[in-house]
Design a protein. Structure first.
Length: 511
């Protein structure tokens, strides 16, 4: 994906809704940039007030970096007018610039989303798994599919790292244009609540929108559950949405049907055998090898045999199946493709271990609801104790910390509290919030060093136990006091398992 095609447009073509001065119309635009640090020669810089900063404050930096033009929010631009007056290139002030960004970006990159079957997935949990599994299933079915999301952006099998779950609307269109140029016919995109509120998919044509579930998260940003749910519901209202897939087992999600637009086809799914949904589960069985599902769609039945673990992954598979049906994939074909897929990185990922070692699972669960689902799922696979190594992130919703700890105290047998991404907060302060949710009678260990905490749990767990390492999943860093240090839960777990083999199994017998 790194070898992107260079697109050049005239400035007037980028903003066809404006009547520019004659001398500005033929200004060459080599690209769009909302970050002055990423401006390249001839780019058009887009400056507007954001959540954390005002892009117009960096207008001079963008011009110094070689911007050949700039479009800026007109309201409040007076204090920047001196920079514009000295500029030797067009600086155009546009009232309500942000609401035009989607159109501008789509127009510049020649409307790539209209030429792809774009599947947009939102929800508190399951976005990454559903996006990745659906894209991989399409790949197995011979459909070249792109991915935009937490694990990276690009064509399936060739993802490049990303900073945000949902990129800004300019980057989003650039990525889709690259995927189209690489031969993609479809793309899956994780759409976060932040992304919806901040307009990161404005002007993007979405074929199918899916909402997985709604539970507590990001209240530091949205303030209330009502505001958070309303943010997610913006996907239902997305202009031009052709298909809408809703999880009928989640009351908040099912209620969003009332906002469905005329012309949007409704699809629903449920883990229950009920007559009022599009796709239903007729039977489900869980064992140490994974999940065995039988699903119904109209009068048709199909089976999925998957190595994934847990009820929530069964729901993810049914969500994926429903998405594939919206693309006119046959039920049997869709089920067969999903049956062939393994776990998504950092999502209920089993770490290879010896026969006399505990099962070790890595999962991204970082909300009360996600932890509850993961721990309940693991209870089906553990004949012994369940260990949970977990922490809470700093500079995020502090209100969920005692709730997360309370869930773990209720469902796990052994608790090991450790650092997640403390960011600018102290580990001690985060732990103080967490322990408020742990009953006095419940014992727990506190170890700030995450690798040490993982090693402690693995070393002390019996072969019949399960060790859940929760919160970071696929992440390959730990963010502490403004710095990102190289770190991986998978590497830490593998090192601990290897060390345990070297000194003997937990029950003291050599290997």
């Amino acid at each position: 994906m790194s070898g992107s095609q260079v697109t050049e447009r005239y400035l007037q073509d980028v903003v066809p809704f404006l009547q520019l001065d004659e001398c500005w119309k033929k200004t060459i635009v080599t690209g769009l940039a909302v970050d002055s640090r990423r401006v390249k020669a001839g780019n058009c810089f887009l400056g507007y007030p954001g959540h954390h900063s005002d892009g117009r404050d960096f207008l001079s930096s963008a011009l110094a970096a070689g911007a050949g033009s700039a479009l800026v929010e007109a309201e409040g631009f007076e204090r920047h007018s001196g920079v514009a007056a000295k500029a030797s290139v067009p600086v155009v002030a546009i009232p309500g610039l942000k609401k035009h960004l989607g159109h501008i970006a789509s127009e510049f990159y020649r409307n790539p989303s209209t030429q792809l079957k774009l599947l947009a997935i939102t929800g508190t949990n399951g976005k990454t798994s559903v996006s990745q599994l659906t894209a991989q299933a399409l790949d197995r079915l011979g459909v070249c599919c792109g991915v935009v999301g937490t694990l990276g952006n690009g064509i399936v099998g060739h993802l490049e790292p990303t900073l945000n779950t949902t990129p800004d609307v300019v980057e989003c269109n650039r990525l889709l244009a690259e995927m189209l140029a690489a031969g993609a016919d479809a793309a899956t995109m994780e759409v976060s609540s932040h992304g919806l509120v901040q307009g990161r998919v404005d002007g993007v044509t979405i074929h199918t929108g899916l909402i997985t579930n709604i539970s507590r998260d990001h209240l530091d940003y949205h303030g209330t559950m009502e505001a958070y749910a309303q943010a997610k519901a913006q996907l239902v209202l997305h202009p031009g949405l052709r298909h809408l897939v809703l999880n009928w087992d989640d009351e908040r999600v099912a209620a969003m049907v009332s906002a469905r637009q005329e012309g949007t086809r409704l699809w629903s799914f449920s883990m229950q055998n009920r007559d009022d949904v599009t796709v239903r589960v007729l039977s489900v069985h869980y064992d140490k090898q994974g999940i065995d599902l039988t699903v119904g769609y109209g009068q048709q039945h199909a089976s999925i045999r998957s190595p994934l673990i847990g009820e929530f992954n069964a729901a993810n598979l049914v969500a994926c199946l429903t998405l594939l049906l919206t693309l006119d994939v046959g039920l049997e074909q869709a089920a067969a493709a999903l049956s062939a897929l393994g776990p998504v990185e950092g999502r209920m990922q089993r770490v290879e271990a010896g026969a006399r070692q505990p099962m070790v699972i890595i999962d991204f669960a970082h909300t009360p609801d996600a932890l509850e689902k993961v721990l309940l799922a693991l209870k089906r696979h553990a004949s012994g104790r369940i260990w949970c190594v977990f922490g809470c992130g700093g500079d995020r919703d502090a209100g969920k910390r005692p709730l997360m700890a309370g869930v773990v105290a209720d469902l796990a047998d052994e608790l090991v509290i450790t650092a997640d991404n403390p960011r600018s907060e102290t580990f001690v302060g985060i732990v103080a919030d967490m322990v408020k949710g742990i009953p006095a009678a419940v014992a727990f260990q506190v170890m700030e060093d995450r690798a040490q905490a993982i090693a402690y749990a693995i070393t002390h767990a019996a072969a019949s136990d399960v060790v859940l390492i929760a919160g970071k999943g696929h992440e390959n860093y730990q963010e502490i006091a403004g710095h990102k240090y190289s770190y991986s839960d998978l590497s830490a777990a593998q090192a601990a398992l290897n060390a345990a083999v070297a000194v003997g199994t937990p029950d003291g017998e050599g290997c």
